[in-house]
Design a protein around this ligand. Sequence first.
Ligand code: FES
Ligand code: FES
Length: 196
Amino acid sequence: MSDSSPPAVHTRRTVLKSTAAAAAGSALVSSRALADPPVSEAGEITLMVNGRRHTVVVEPRVTLLDALRERLDLTGTKKGCDRGECGACTVLIDGERIKSCLTLAVMRQNCAITTVEGLADGDRLHPVQEAFIRRDAFQCGGCTPGQVMSAVACIQEGHTGSEEEIRQWMSGNICRCACYQNIVAAVADAAKEVRR
Ligand code: FES
Ligand code: FES
């Protein structure tokens, strides 16, 4: 059977119209995809935080930061930028410093997580915490828990040989109050204390 419909004639106008329609269609699809993320089921996970085992119910998309703050009420870990830029959310995971806004809680099951609440030994502050107080290394305090956790790791890593080295290895932690001079002094003090 022959097709009696006329062959399509493509003019500049029809090509532009069809291209615009296709673009609009794909934009609609992608904006729908953004507006309606796939539904994921909450599940029970186990987090080991500051030496204690906690069972929490989270969706797979929940960051470790939100799990700590909103499920476990460990609000010492601060949410600054929530996108890996400021370091306010730094915690230790198996001894390494990690920005907790950049990792998912479900990925950190069975890891040893240490937050700022887990540093002190009873009433006795960690040497880094004492040094921050002694050196007056904060103003508003918003960045301080992250700075302290990062400093603990920086000292453990052995990156405290000079002021320059401390500055470089603490550079992932931003202080909007610009207390850098005092923070560096505190890290240097604490490094001496820890190594004694
Ligand atoms: Fe995580 Fe800023 S809150 S890096
Ligand atoms: Fe205010 Fe660092 S003390 S941001």
